[in-house]
Design a protein around this ligand. Structure first.
Ligand code: GDP
Ligand code: MG
Length: 728
């Protein structure tokens, strides 16, 4: 048995699985790496196919056969000088077009090529399919499917390579691609010259030499001069002439034209050979029918409004129950602790700082979970894509993107959202600039924590018109968000808007499992962020509003008043007299002490100090403290205002006494109330949102938003207060 040994080369792009296939074929254990450039040297191994002994050579991974890199030079040298009996070109089948670029160049050289469509497992996983029979017919090269990692297709590859090698018996049949009306005639002319002068004769096809001249390959040009100075000069002249012509007519170079036509040829093959997931025609038709209504010019927006409305109704109707349960649980915890612990700083810290703060955040979790569940459902069905599509035309005017709608809605585009998940939802935006503009403006929306502030102010200054005020506030928030987005997009976040590619996948029934996973992922992220940071912040607020404490003697004076009143209550009770009015006096004395203590605290002093600045907007020191607290969390505004107006604890849900107090406060006119509403819509996002922003876009933008929004809010409040006073 003295069969000649056959040499089989393995070529392919970096990371296509060459080394894996090499190991599968040869049983060797070369290092397999998941990064390009692992195979720098060519490696040799042995394989048997029946009686045949084969030398298998693993070539360095390359994308092309130009001679720019060491890898390309090594691969080309091997093909031309060692003349393997066949080359197995390994292709990442999932990226057929990119991978065929190298294959086509090897085919142009004429080496017998077997196409190994590797990673077919990935292709199938995507539901795609490749017609290998057709690929073989179109390219003239046998195509074999492989999954190198599982050793699948190993035998078939060797068989195809051996058969092809014996069929060709050393002959090279180069592939001829047309390079268009400019280059084809030149290539013909060059081919004749190369042939006549025997340039690289017997090694490579003459037309290939012409191609290399057109690509400006210095190594080949040198070979031309070596063969015949005259011929070399002629070929170079032809190249220069056609290059000048192309520059003049098309403004491009020969190698660019060559690449274009190669890609064109490849695209033509890929288009015919790759079959995309078999889609259920029935489902597509149904989807089209649905879209005729759901994205209809008039019906579409109406349905969308209804869907969003239902989303909120459901969220709040269903969410109310667990939300109240969580809040009640935390209230109970606070009360229990208050009863169990002796009065003092520690109790105050735990009850007012830790439990109130964390409870405030966790109270939102049920709402957020339900909203995320419904939003995930809308997303998974494919409806959100339709919403983005319908709104894109409007949003585009303001430098935003159709996809911006989701962050806006989640943030409170309809009163009651939360900017933290809203900012997180900007991740769906692919263009960084549009994402930035969206995340900077989404916090203007009316989040759930701002709602009680507006309701309380509405009750104070527009009694009986709460609903109208809420609608106006929501509208104002949208106008502010869109206008500021436009402003940002034409100044600090300038840039082209990304074209909206209409990706409307067919509607799909979401799975419960998928929805639960999505909901959990997002809610958990909110809890983690909010839970850790809010704890620190609520402790800070607590400290700012508690220290420094009232001096001993002033506190004692208040305590004496309260005790005196308490004594009167006891006395009245003992005599069986009416004691309600006296009990109120006790409460009033205690509340007066809280107000005084707040005024004396760091936060109170800051509020007083800021009065000079905020007077033009109509804000007094009480409002200032509340707004300062709002930097940390908007929930704080109402309760702080309650303490500042010496009402003791004001329940967020029932702020009626505070409204009455504000309405009666002559130093706080309606104009100031309107200015305050505007300020709360616009000013800095709460601290948890700021942290979320920093995560998404960096601290620079998070801090920018704090400064910019507050400045904007201040200017708006001053203008509104002054204008409203003039009109009144
Ligand atoms: P090379 O750069 O072409 O030598 O590629 P390697 O052989 O180093 O493989 C690159 C990566 O692709 C490795 O992580 C392999 O495990 C993986 N791989 C190779 N063949 C297959 C296959 O058929 N299917 C899948 N899914 N992965 C593969
Ligand atoms: Mg390798």
């Amino acid at each position: 048995m003295s069969e000649p040994r056959l040499t089989i080369g393995l070529a392919g792009n970096p990371n296509c699985g060459k080394t894996t296939l090499f190991n599968a074929l040869t049983g060797s254990h070369q290092h397999v790496g998941n990064w390009p450039g692992v195979t720098v040297e060519k490696k040799m191994g042995h394989a048997r196919h029946g009686e045949l002994e084969l030398d298998v050579v693993d070539l360095p991974g390359t994308y092309s056969l130009t001679a720019y890199s060491e890898e390309e030079k090594a691969a080309r040298r091997f093909l031309i000088e060692d003349r393997p009996a066949a080359v197995v070109d390994v292709l990442t089948a999932d990226a057929l077009e990119r991978n065929l670029y190298l294959a086509v160049q090897i085919m142009e050289l004429g080496v017998p090529v077997v196409l190994a469509l590797n990673m077919m497992d990935e292709v199938r996983k995507r539901g795609k399919d490749i017609d290998t029979g057709l690929l073989t017919r179109l390219t003239g090269c046998p195509a074999v499917e492989t999954v190198a990692r599982q050793g699948k297709g190993r035998r078939e590859i060797l068989e195809a390579a051996v058969n092809l090698a014996s069929e060709r018996a050393g002959a090279w049949i180069p592939l001829r691609i047309s390079y268009g009306p400019d280059l084809d005639p030149v290539l013909d002319e060059m081919e004749a010259i190369v042939e006549a002068n025997g340039i690289m004769a017997g090694k490579v096809p003459p037309r290939w030499v012409g191609l290399k001249y057109l690509e400006g390959d210095p190594g080949i040009m040198r070979r031309g001069r070596e063969a015949s100075d005259q011929a070399g000069e002629k070929l170079e002249k032809l190249t220069a002439k056609v290059a000048a012509h192309l520059k003049k007519t098309l403004g491009t170079t020969p190698d660019a034209i060559i690449a274009d036509y190669r890609y064109g040829y490849i695209a033509g093959i890929a288009r015919q050979v790759v079959r995309y997931p078999a889609v259920d025609q029935e489902r597509l038709r149904l989807s089209d029918h649905m879209d005729r209504v759901l994205t209809h010019q008039l019906a579409g927006p109406l349905v969308m409004a209804l869907v969003i409305y239902l989303l909120y109704i459901l969220t709040f109707a269903v969410g109310k129950v667990p939300m109240e349960a969580v809040q009640a649980a935390f209230a109970w915890l606070g009360k229990t602790l208050e009863a169990a612990m002796p009065e003092g700083q520690l109790r105050s810290l735990l009850v007012s700082g830790v439990i109130a703060g964390v409870g405030g955040v966790l109270g939102f979790v049920p709402l957020i979970m339900i909203m995320f569940f419904l939003l995930s459902a809308l997303e998974d069905t494919g409806y959100v894509a339709r919403m983005a599509y319908m709104l894109d035309r409007v949003f585009r005017i303001f430098g935003l993107h159709g996809t911006s709608v989701l962050p806006f809605i989640v943030s409170g585009g309809i009163a009651g959202g939360c900017a933290v998940p809203g900012v997180m939802a900007t991740r769906a935006l692919r263009s960084p600039k549009e994402k930035l503009a969206t995340l900077l403006t989404a916090p203007f929306m009316t989040c759930g924590a701002k709602v009680p502030v507006f309701l309380m102010l509405a009750a104070a200054f527009f009694p009986g018109k709460e609903a109208a005020v809420m609608s106006a506030v929501t509208l104002a928030a949208w106008v502010a968000a869109l206008c500021v987005a436009k402003l940002l997009r034409s100044t600090v976040v300038k840039g082209e808007s990304t074209p909206f590619v209409m990706e409307l996948p067919p509607y799909r029934m979401p799975t419960l499992r998928g929805l639960c996973i999505h909901t959990w992922e997002r809610s958990w992220e909110y809890m983690r962020k909010a839970g850790t940071i809010i704890l620190a912040i609520s402790v800070l607020i607590w400290a700012a509003m508690t220290f420094p404490q009232l001096p001993q003697e002033r506190a004692a004076a208040f305590d004496q008043r309260a005790e005196a009143a308490q004594a009167q209550v006891e006395e009245a009770k003992a005599q069986g007299l009416e004691s309600a009015a006296l009990e109120d006096a006790v409460k009033a004395a205690e509340a007066a002490k809280s107000e005084e203590a707040l005024r004396n605290s760091f936060a109170g002093r800051a509020g007083v100090a800021l009065e000079g600045l905020t007077a033009p907007a109509g804000f007094n020191w009480r409002v200032n403290i509340a707004l300062l607290g709002g930097f940390a969390a908007k929930e704080v505004i109402v309760s702080t205002l309650g303490t500042a107006y010496s009402l003791g604890e004001v329940d967020t849900k029932d702020a009626a006494p505070l409204s009455e107090m504000l309405a009666r406060d002559e130093s706080f006119p309606r104009a100031a109330g309107i200015a305050l509403i505007a300020f709360v819509i616009l000013y800095a996002p709460c601290s948890v949102t700021i942290v979320a922003m920093a995560k998404e876009a960096g601290w620079r933008w998070a801090l920018f938003s704090m400064g910019f929004n507050t400045a904007l809010a201040y200017v708006a409040a001053v203008v509104i207060f002054q204008a409203a006073r003039l009109l009144a």
